[in-house]
Design a protein around this ligand. Structure first.
Ligand SMILES: *[C@@H]1O[C@H](CO)[C@@H](O)[C@H](O)[C@H]1NC(C)=O
Ligand SMILES: *[C@@H]1O[C@H](CO)[C@@H](O)[C@H](O)[C@H]1NC(C)=O
Ligand SMILES: *[C@@H]1O[C@H](CO)[C@@H](O)[C@H](O)[C@H]1NC(C)=O
Ligand SMILES: *[C@@H]1O[C@H](CO)[C@@H](O)[C@H](O)[C@H]1NC(C)=O
Length: 490
């Protein structure tokens, strides 16, 4: 919609071995007649011969400037995730500024803006004490854009000002990344130690209009090994010993982590014209084996959203789902939109997306969101009603309740979401005891710069207005609801 030009400079990292830069050997002409092994005073192993030949080839290519394009190093990197409050939200870490300072941020595939809490906050800011805050004056590369920023999520809002600085995550750096320094949030949007949010959806839905971090890297073409990122999320909600912060899984940028899934990744393209959220069309939904109609076209579109705890859908379909669960009852009062059911029922829901033949099951441990009473007789289901009437949000928000059950891949070109079976290694991380990762500043393997990407003027105003109007379904949808329920149900 309002994509603006972007200029990227890819830092060219040569992976040439040091000795390949030495002067070429006298018998430089590369060919089959070198007779290395005969001339060598001692016999060399086939590996040594091959390595030597490769060095010669690289040296020649370097001399003639042939190697640059081919030898540019493409990279991938990973960031360890933290699971906060029994699968309510998942955060990773990144670093901003010069010198780089690290922050914990919600990893949100349901929105596209990056923001962190500013150190310049007022008493009514709702910024929790004790979290890392961004001090613009301490960064030599900070640049204010003198433009206000505000975003509305279903669970609240964040506002502040737009700026540019160097941002690093998972071994990559984007110079002049646009982000917001936030001076006010509504209560429950930030829970310590989290300082902000990294939007991992597409530029088209960015409130700032800026190119998201992951997209700046993906569209530079030669930086990432593959133009995608992979997400594995752990499960602790069925664990009675769960603590506030647990190891949350793995975010991999520029590659998938093959130790975390088995078999093929089943990619389904984002429907044409829908690149903004990570949209997938739900084509089949079953409840304990019985099919429930989800309708067709955009009424079955879902945003695949790591920043949402649960799964929201149209009221009629949610009712039809619970009609297949004996003893289920619609919630009232503060539980309006949620449903309760007897905890003794095991409910397994499967979802199919796009043209896929695969029905992905959601564990009954994830369907059971929370007990609604102290005896554990009545439970709250993880599927709830969302009314997106009059908004730009899709009909469904498929959050962590589903994503804990698969390895998820978010691809740049062609735009697609892929799912694969979790490997035994990934499954063994569910409920495993261990320290939650802390925010770290890694080393940068590759960098791009993204400048001049902020949307301005009329476009921006209407974009901000439509984002604000859409409310529902942008990341954090249920993180705060979960916190609310947790406090309600204590
Ligand atoms: C920021 O924008 C305001 C309003 O357009 C203007 O008055 C002010 O001079 C600007 N400040 C800077 C530092 O550019
Ligand atoms: C990446 O490739 C696309 C398609 O080939 C091209 O349009 C775009 O300009 C390239 N981007 C960069 C930064 O080179
Ligand atoms: C949680 O569920 C998983 C399967 O999804 C199971 O392997 C594990 O034992 C359960 N943990 C507890 C504490 O019940
Ligand atoms: C794959 O994920 C596992 C588990 O987080 C991690 O230990 C390993 O280093 C990752 N591998 C790569 C190549 O990133």
């Amino acid at each position: 919609m309002h994509l603006l030009p972007i200029s990227l400079t890819v830092s060219c990292l040569l992976s040439l071995a040091a000795d390949s830069l030495a002067a070429p050997h006298p018998s430089i002409f590369p060919g089959a007649h070198i007779g290395l092994s005969r001339r060598a005073s001692k016999r060399r192993s086939p590996d040594e011969v091959a390595a030597s030949l490769q060095r010669r080839k690289l040296a020649l290519e370097a001399k003639y400037g042939i190697g640059n394009a081919k030898n540019r190093k493409r990279a991938s990197g990973q960031n360890l995730i933290t699971d906060e409050n029994a699968d309510s939200s998942y955060f990773g870490s990144l670093a901003i500024g010069t010198p780089a300072v690290s922050f914990d941020v919600i990893l949100d595939t349901g929105s596209s803006d990056l923001w962190v809490a500013s150190s310049q906050t007022g008493a009514t800011s709702n910024i929790p004490s004790g979290i890392a805050t961004f001090d613009a004056a301490a960064s030599s590369t900070f640049k204010s854009l003198n433009q206000s920023f505000s975003i509305t999520y279903d669970s609240g809002m964040a506002q502040g000002a737009l700026a540019q600085d160097s941002v690093q995550m998972a071994g990559f750096e984007v110079n002049s990344q646009v982000f917001a320094t936030v001076t006010e949030v509504s209560s429950n949007v930030l829970n310590a130690p989290v300082s902000g949010l990294m939007g991992l959806a597409w530029q088209a839905i960015a409130s700032s209009g800026a190119t998201p971090f992951w997209q700046a890297l993906a569209q530079s073409n030669s930086t990432l090994t593959e133009g995608l990122f992979g997400v594995q999320l752990t499960r602790y909600n069925n664990d009675t010993k769960v603590t506030a912060l647990e190891p949350g899984g793995t975010f991999t940028l520029g590659a998938t982590n093959q130790s975390l899934y088995t078999g093929q990744i089943d990619f389904q393209n984002i429907p044409t014209g829908e690149v903004g959220y990570w949209i997938q069309q739900i084509t089949q939904l079953t409840v304990n084996g019985a099919s429930v109609s989800v309708g067709s076209g955009s009424s079955a579109y879902a945003a695949i959203d790591t920043g949402t705890t649960l799964i929201g859908g149209p009221a009629a379909v949610i009712s039809a789902i619970y009609a297949k669960v004996p003893g289920a009852t619609a919630g009232t009062g503060q539980l309006a939109g949620y449903w309760t059911y007897p905890c003794s029922q095991q409910v397994t829901i499967t979802l199919k997306f796009g043209n896929s033949a695969i029905a992905w099951p959601i564990s009954s441990d994830d369907f059971e969101f929370e007990a609604a009473d102290s005896s554990g007789t009545t439970c709250i289901g993880a599927f709830f009603e969302v009314d997106n009437t009059g908004t730009t949000a899709p009909a469904w928000i498929v959050g962590d309740t589903f994503l804990k059950n698969v390895y998820s891949v978010f691809r740049y070109n062609p735009p697609a979401v892929g799912f694969a079976q979790l490997s035994p290694t990934a499954l063994a991380m569910n409920g495993a005891r261990g320290a939650a990762p802390s925010a770290t500043i890694g080393s940068v393997q590759a960098a791009v710069s993204a400048t001049g990407t902020v949307d301005t003027g009329a476009n921006r105003a209407s974009s901000a207005a439509s984002r604000a109007g859409s409310g529902v379904g942008v990341g954090l949808l249920s993180a705060a609801s979960a916190a609310l329920l947790a406090s309600l149900l204590l």
